[in-house]
Design a protein around this ligand. Structure first.
Ligand code: 4AZ
Length: 698
């Protein structure tokens, strides 16, 4: 009570002693007034310590000796911030009610600390006061941040005086320098079904982000959405979706905003193009959402497969853009607008109709079979059916043509609608002329030079080469369907007969002569004759006019003759002809006493050995080369003569009865002379060349 009354008089005066010290250093020392001597009474000193932002102030005492009082009401050291008392110390030792700092360190929560020392008006003892130090210490904001609003979203980096934030891979630091957002504004979905989730789902979605998802499909589709699994978007109990939300724009319709934990109902947007906007603010740890979408178009009517056909895929429901393929059973073809095809596709359109009607399945029809040259076709059915599995048979015009490869000629109508042969497939057979089998047989053998008239039709391969005035000048033989083998010298007529070099100007042009087949009379004509113009003339490339070497030529007819009993080709020889083989030579050439015959004449002769023939011409200094073959008799008399050139020398194979061309009349020492032989161009020797030019297999 004594103290209180006194204070009324003195306290006003005493308070004038109070003073404040401003400290802005990073460290420093503060001491009670007069330290280390005892502090005066009635004194009050305040030290305002301010550290830079990002620092705290640490205060500790090295010495402390103050008057002790209940709850430190007399002398004390008080440590405060702007709005909070951190500690009050007094005395020398800590008691139940009073505290001394001892080893305790006082740490300011912020960058400001105020220390106040105060002594009352009387001290009964001597107190030495205090000696304290302060230092500014760095705040580790990364570990000490209490305010969630300021803490880093992902990573925190402390440095002396401050800190900064950074984000995980894939995230971007927001302009608030704290939250991590994602770039998610550019998501386009064009498939008919899909799943969309919030970023990082089912982990909490990023903060401060604005995600835009566009689903875009062709007009005609309608998109429906269904949220699935978890739905967890930050919300507010009173205000609808103020923080985070998902909103769907579908044309003029808007769905949402949605937030909270209740899964939104399925949404039928009625639109083919929608935008989903998802926004998050800078706080909250919510798991987000997942939605599946489906785009469906108008439904098309049910389909029924055509009879004998099927639809793929066969479904009970079809909608916009669905496609089906119509195909038919084996042996049937899809018939659409009178066109046959293997498959036909139709599509469900946006208005819910099919792009086309279902076509019908028609049995495959091979149609009328193609005509075969020199052949005919017969149906196995009575009423010429041409549909699937029906059968036809091709044959060649017998007896003048035969089928190549000896095949059956049977063709079946395939499921693809084509006539097919088991060997040739879709290719037609080939009818080749039958060679060397005259339909008329000769009654007896005879001679040309002094020979006998040919019985009509026994030498059906003989050809007559005539000038345009009808004058015959050479013979020839029909091979294949339209080729004549003759002597090269028949088509080469030089002004100088001794000419060695062949001049093109000395060759007969195709238009210079014609070919008659089926001819019998030399000058008269009859009903069996067939006249032909020439398409092309080929002389043997090694033909030598002066020596008659390779005296062979080929004449291509402009048209093919009609084969019959009087016109038929001769076969090419299959091997060399042996000495002594009997051959027949035919022609319209000169006869005994230079007379020309009225009809075609023929003579039968033996083949003469090559050596014998060569020897016979040594006196005349004429060479019989390997491309030549001789026939005749030592005593002479039987021979070909002028006008017979190019004509056939043939022999018959006894086994097959088939006739072969052995040679063509070429040259000799006049005609029918003793010890001289007729010289012929050897066809077997030049068979390769003939086949190369004519493509005749035999
Ligand atoms: C010729 O002048 C000719 N004795 C043809 C053959 C013979 C002789 C001459 C063979 O066309």
């Amino acid at each position: 009570m004594r103290w209180l009354l006194l204070c009324h008089a003195l306290c006003f005066w005493m308070k004038t002693l109070a003073h404040t010290v401003e400290l802005n250093n990073m460290f420093g020392q503060i001491q009670s007034p007069g330290y280390p001597d005892s502090y005066p009474s009635d004194s009050e000193v305040t030290w305002n310590i301010t550290a830079p932002e990002g620092f705290r102030i640490k205060l500790y005492f090295m010495h402390f000796n103050l008057e002790s009082s209940y709850l430190c009401e007399y002398d004390y050291v008080k440590v405060e911030t702007e709005d909070q008392v951190l500690a009050t110390f007094c005395g020398r030792e800590t008691t139940d009610t009073e505290q001394t700092p001892g080893q305790e360190v006082v740490l300011s929560p912020g960058s400001f600390m105020s220390v106040t020392f105060r002594s009352d008006f009387s001290n009964e003892e001597r107190f030495t006061g205090f000696d304290a130090h302060y230092v500014a210490v760095d705040v580790d904001e990364c570990t000490e941040q209490e305010d969630e609003e300021l803490s880093c979203d992902h990573y925190c980096h402390n440095y002396i005086g401050g800190y900064y934030c950074s984000c995980r891979f894939g995230y971007i630091l927001h302009t608030d320098n704290r939250t991590c957002r994602v770039e998610c504004s550019d998501n386009l979905f064009t498939q008919r079904t899909g799943v969309i989730t919030s970023p990082d789902f089912p982990n909490p979605y990023p903060k401060s982000s604005e995600c835009l998802y566009t689903i875009e499909l062709e007009e005609g589709f309608m998109i429906s959405l269904q949220f699935e699994d978890i739905f967890d978007v930050e919300d507010h109990p009173e205000v609808p979706c103020p923080y985070d939300y998902i909103k769907i724009n579908a044309g003029s319709n808007v769905f949402g905003p949605f937030c909270g934990e209740k899964i939104p109902e399925p949404i039928n947007t009625q639109s083919h193009r929608i935008q989903i906007l998802f926004r998050s603010d800078n706080s909250g740890e919510n798991r987000g959402w997942r939605l599946s979408y489906k785009a469906e178009g108008n439904e098309c009517p049910e389909l029924r497969p055509p009879t004998h056909g099927k639809i793929e895929p066969l479904q009970t429901k079809y909608s916009f853009k669905d496609q089906v393929l119509i195909s038919c059973d084996t042996g049937y073809k899809v018939l659409k607008d009178d066109v046959e095809m293997d498959t036909f596709q139709i599509e469900c359109l946006k208005d819910g109709t099919w792009s086309n009607k279902i076509p019908i399945c028609k049995m495959a029809d091979c149609g009328i079979p193609a005509k075969l040259e020199h052949g005919l076709v017969i149906f196995s059915s009575r009423n010429n059916i041409t549909t699937y599995k029906s059968e036809i048979r091709y044959s060649c015009q017998q007896p003048y043509y035969k089928m190549l490869h000896n095949i059956t000629g049977i063709y079946t109508c395939s499921a693809q609608g084509a006539w097919v042969n088991e060997v040739l497939g879709r290719s037609l057979p080939t009818c080749l002329p039958v060679c060397g089998i005259p339909k008329i047989y000769r009654k007896m053998m005879a001679r040309i030079f002094g020979g006998r008239s040919v019985q009509k039709g026994t030498i059906p391969w003989i050809a007559m080469l005539t000038q345009h005035n009808g004058q015959p000048f050479c013979g020839g033989s029909l091979i294949g369907s339209n080729w004549i083998v003759t002597a090269a010298h028949c088509l080469h007529q030089p002004l100088d007969p001794e000419e060695v070099i062949l001049h093109d100007s000395d060759l007969l042009e195709p238009s210079d002569f014609k070919v008659i087949l089926g001819k019998h009379w030399r000058l008269r004509s009859d009903e069996n004759e067939q006249h032909f113009r020439v398409k092309h003339v080929f002389l043997h490339p090694l033909y030598v006019p002066s020596t008659f070497e390779n005296d062979v030529a080929l004449v291509e007819l402009l048209e093919s003759p009609k084969l019959n009993n009087f016109v038929m080709p001769i076969c090419l020889p299959e091997g060399p002809t042996e000495e002594g083989t009997m051959v027949i030579v035919s022609g319209w050439g000169k006869q005994f006493l230079q007379r020309l015959p009225e009809t075609l004449m023929e003579i039968e002769l033996p083949i003469i050995g090559h050596h014998t023939c060569q020897e016979s011409y040594v006196p005349l200094k004429k060479k019989v080369t390997s491309d030549m073959i001789c026939a005749g008799e030592k005593e002479g008399g039987k021979d070909a003569c002028a006008g017979d050139s190019g004509g056939p020398m043939v022999t018959m194979d006894k086994e097959s009865g088939q006739w072969y061309l052995v040679g063509t009349v070429s040259w000799g020492d006049n005609c029918g002379k003793k010890d001289r032989y007729g010289v012929y161009s050897n066809i077997y020797h030049n068979k390769d060349w003939i086949q190369t030019v004519t493509k005749i297999s035999n």
